[in-house]
Ligand binder design. Structure first.
Ligand SMILES: NC(=O)C1=CN([C@@H]2O[C@H](COP(=O)(O)OP(=O)(O)OC[C@H]3O[C@@H](n4cnc5c(N)ncnc54)[C@H](O)[C@@H]3O)[C@@H](O)[C@H]2O)C=CC1
Ligand SMILES: O=C(O)[C@@H]1CCC=N1
Length: 262
């Protein structure tokens, strides 16, 4: 039974990824060791057998697989030798080559989950370097599948694009939703009702788009061809070139991922 050490195990994404994996038995609590700055890790009270530490070297000494789950600027603080370990990094904007240089690892998986992992709804592209074994890749697939849809990719450069597109999780749809809520309040709805209405709208739209065979572009066409009130709204948005700021935002996020955050 491999031991899995998670550096930054007390953070947001670590909890979102680990809870589903523990609930599904992909990882057993006895396999897991979490490091944090303080040694206090909350959110894992249901699994008292999980070990915690403040000492990343001690974590590495015990672990076969080391998951890096800290913010990019925290990497400088982490001084460990991962030459004989499988290194799994979810850190945005730090390449496998840089991770290899920093930590001596030769078997590296980079993955880009998102905050929807907490609800098992992440889209998680992952890339493995050549040395990663089939058994390790199988574990990685099962681990990320517990918190969403795991999607293997062959080109590492695509991870920077996915960091912008899906790593951002709810952030870009939230911007759209917030604009709708503010408009609804401006139109006279009370804030609570506006909030509830738009959240339900995004849930409904999300489920429909995920489950319907009709792609989003066809949905737009269907409503345009319907020639009703929605067509009037869509036409105004299209005329205002709503795609343009979305394209600019995605490009800016991708450039930041390519540039790195160190
Ligand atoms: N939050 C998100 O939606 C996503 C985050 N990511 C990536 O995941 C990584 C982690 O992000 P979050 O969980 O959001 O950050 P976070 O700030 O919630 O968690 C990071 C944790 O690492 C701990 N930490 C920092 N230095 C440490 C050290 N030397 N030893 C042990 N623990 C240490 C911090 O105290 C904190 O608890 C980042 O690199 C980010 O780019 C990737 C995709 C989505
Ligand atoms: O905004 C960020 O930097 C994190 C990493 C990728 C998505 N969210």
């Amino acid at each position: 039974m491999a031991t899995i050490g998670v550096i930054g195990g007390g953070g947001w994404l670590a909890g979102a990824l680990l809870h589903p994996a523990l609930e599904d038995g992909v990882i057993r609590p006895q396999q897991l060791i979490l490091s944090s700055r303080s040694g206090d890790v909350t959110g894992f009270e249901d699994w008292p057998d999980i070990a915690t530490t403040t000492d990343n070297e001690a974590l590495v000494a015990r672990a076969d697989i080391v998951v890096l789950c800290v913010r990019p600027h925290d990497l400088d603080e982490i001084d460990v030798d991962l030459a004989d370990r499988l290194l799994v990094s979810v850190v945005a904007g730090v390449s496998a080559a840089e991770l290899a240089e920093r930590y001596g690892a030769t078997r590296i998986v980079r993955a880009m989950p998102n905050a929807c992992a907490e609800y098992r709804l992440s889209f998680t592209p992952w890339f493995a370097t050549d040395g990663v074994t089939d058994d390790e890749a199988d574990f990685i697939f099962r681990f990320f599948s517990a918190s969403g849809q795991a999607h293997g990719i062959n080109e590492e450069a695509q991870l920077d694009y996915f960091t912008a597109l899906t790593g951002s999780g709810p952030a870009f749809p939230a911007l759209f939703a917030d604009a709708m809520i503010r408009h609804a309040i401006g139109a006279g709805l009370d804030p609570e009702t506006a909030d509830a209405a738009v959240r339900q709208l995004f849930l409904g739209a999300g489920v429909l788009m995920a489950q319907s065979e009709t792609p989003p572009s066809d949905l737009v066409d269907i409503f345009l061809e319907y020639r009703g009130t929605t067509a009037a709204g869509l036409s105004a948005m299209i005329e205002a070139d709503v795609a343009s700021p979305i394209f600019r935002g995605l490009s800016a996020a991708r450039e930041q991922a390519e540039e790195g955050l160190l």
